[in-house]
Ligand binder design. Structure first.
Ligand code: PEP
Ligand code: MG
Length: 557
């Protein structure tokens, strides 16, 4: 009898293959022991941390793109001065190098865990540094992804960015982790690589090396020892996906109604690859990646060059660039975020301009300079706009610098409810469903235990999207969706039926969404939107839309 394990599907598609488990972390170095040469021991600890930092940087350089930024940020954690001082003090107190590194990093992780949110998710990065450094100091095997001699499904307690960043999609068919939430690095990188993935699956601890499994990243399921019919379905889905017929050209429903299909871009280095995917441009350029792991904001000139590189990569197309979204799940130490009891409800996103107006002023100046004379159609928008007055102030500031098309992200329920008034003050709205779900359900988006509340099929979330689309219709302004919801082909039909005019997603999600639109008429999309909103809960909404979808689409999901 086969077994089905459930987790959170974070990267769509289904694959079948044998399990390969990540090399386990080394055992904890023992307490006690005699340290005869504290100076030499301290130097060994220093050297191990430096070697780990160099290893992470080399892996990042080999992988390139967003991976390089992620691994650089992790390398900086291994080089953190306070960490080194903590380790030196532990050696001075009589610990061996291995034990001091172990305790020093555990202490650091405890601090981050206490801070919660995005910082707590970085604990996996610290655990990874600890395992690697302790392995170096105790002569153990470096933990991490082993060399794979056949295509396999990678299973781990958690995957550090160093592991996910260098996965080769040809050899790694998919992955499964016990921990991790829907917005972890692992989830975002998995989507970028186009590898099906399920995270937050505690039962994966029991998966044995070599077991045959099917990973369904769409449904969030792992089938152990799958029967023939399940394997046949996976093979048929892969064949249908590969043969998706409408994989170029603008987004259109079967009866020709346009729904623009755009890609989300994080790191500047990813822009070239994203530009090669047929799309109508960028619907969300997350600029905060440029600010990550730095002691101060990038200069205006540095920003101009970075933004220009993305605009040039998308010459002839549209690029929606978002101003800095720092705070809560995306803290930037140099900003000097104040101690806040509830950072997600605090001074984040556009609100940061209340405290650090020069950051927004410099960034808009840089965007305006980079946009001037470039070949792309540059639109600019602010994150976390809450009121029409905030939208107006942002629009005035951006327009005064020569930026012609200015919009507001709708991520706060208050903004959704007053969308028409917001849209009277700016040119477009873009709905961030990741945050809109978090705020509508009062559920921390990084908390995997609340994944059911954060399900983008929640009818109440769809009601809010409908309110924004309605505001767009009343004002004649475009309303896009750029949160993760836009990349779900079935939900994309619902969003189109609600009146959303563009969908922006990870590039790997785009062909299936294009195919979904091309196989349904606007009226069918409207029928699906109605059915989803009439459902009692997320599961019922998804199921009722599935029942209305064309078999040609269900084949490729
Ligand atoms: C969102 O909140 O849906 C969004 C697109 O922004 P981010 O995920 O970067 O917060
Ligand atoms: Mg957001």
């Amino acid at each position: 009898m086969h077994e089905v394990l459930r987790g959170i599907g974070v990267s769509p598609g289904a694959v079948a293959g044998p399990v390969v488990r990540l090399a386990p972390p080394p055992p904890d170095p023992p307490e006690g022991g005699v340290v005869e040469d504290p100076g030499g021991e301290a130097a060994r600890a220093e050297a191990a941390l430096a070697d780990v930092a160099a290893f992470l940087r080399a892996r990042g350089a080999a992988a390139g793109g967003a991976a390089a930024d992620v691994l650089d940020a992790q390398a900086m954690m291994a080089e953190d001065i306070e960490l080194h001082e903590r380790v030196a003090a532990l050696v001075a107190g009589g610990r061996t190098a291995a034990r001091a590194v172990h305790e020093g990093l555990l202490g650091y992780a405890e601090v981050l865990r206490g801070l919660g949110g995005y910082l707590a998710e970085r604990v996996a990065d610290l655990d990874d540094i600890r395992s690697r450094a302790v392995a170096l100091l105790t002569g153990g095997r470096m933990p991490g992804v082993p060399v794979l001699d056949q295509p396999s499904v990678l299973v781990a307690r958690d995957l550090a960015p160093a592991d996910t960043a260098t996965l080769c999609p040809d050899r790694v068919l998919g992955f499964v982790t016990e921990l991790g939430g829907p917005t972890s690095h692992t989830a975002i990188l998995a989507k970028q690589l186009g590898i099906p993935a399920v995270v937050g699956c505690p039962a994966a601890a029991g998966l044995r090396e070599g077991a045959h499994v099917v990973v369904d990243g769409t449904a969030g399921e792992i089938t152990v020892d799958p029967p023939r019919d399940v394997l046949d379905r996976v093979a048929a889905r892969s064949a249908s996906r590969a043969a998706v017929p409408d994989s170029t050209g603008p987004g259109r429903t079967a009866d020709g109604a346009p729904v623009a299909l755009l890609v989300n871009v994080g790191a500047v280095a990813d822009a070239q690859a994203a530009a090669a995917v047929p799309s109508e441009g960028v619907g969300l350029f997350r600029t905060e990646v440029l600010y990550l792991g730095r002691g101060s904001a990038p200069s205006v000139q540095e920003q101009v060059e970075a933004y220009r590189a993305v605009f040039d990569a998308f010459a002839g197309r549209k690029v929606v660039i978002r101003t800095l979204d720092a705070g809560a799940d995306k803290p930037l130490p140099f900003v000097g975020h104040a101690e806040e009891a509830n950072p997600a409800l605090g001074v984040r996103g556009l609100r940061l301009a209340r405290r650090r107006p020069e950051l927004l002023a410099d960034q808009l100046t840089a965007i305006a300079q980079a946009a001037s004379g470039c070949g792309a159609d540059v639109w600019v928008m602010a994150p976390m706009v809450s009121t029409p007055a905030e939208a107006e102030q942002f629009a005035d500031q951006a327009r005064s610098l020569g930026l012609a098309t200015v919009g507001a992200m709708v991520e706060v329920p208050a903004a959704a409810m007053r969308a028409a008034q917001l849209l009277e003050r700016c040119d477009f709205a873009s709905i961030g469903t990741n945050d809109l779900a978090q705020y509508a359900f009062a559920a921390d988006r990084t908390e995997s235990a609340l994944a059911d509340l954060l399900d983008v099929w929640q009818p109440a979330l769809l009601d809010l999207v409908a309110a924004v689309a309605d505001g767009g219709r009343r004002t004649g302004r475009p309303v896009g969706v750029c949160g993760e919801a836009a990349g779900d082909p079935l939900l994309a039909l619902v969003l189109a039926g609600l009146g959303v005019t563009s969908l922006s997603m990870a590039p790997a999600c785009l062909p299936a969404v294009r195919h979904a639109l091309a196989t349904h008429t606007v009226d069918e999309c409207r029928g699906m939107a109605k059915a989803a909103r009439e459902a009692d809960d997320a599961a019922a909404a998804r199921e009722s839309v599935r029942r209305l979808a064309s078999p040609r689409l269900l084949d490729v999901l």
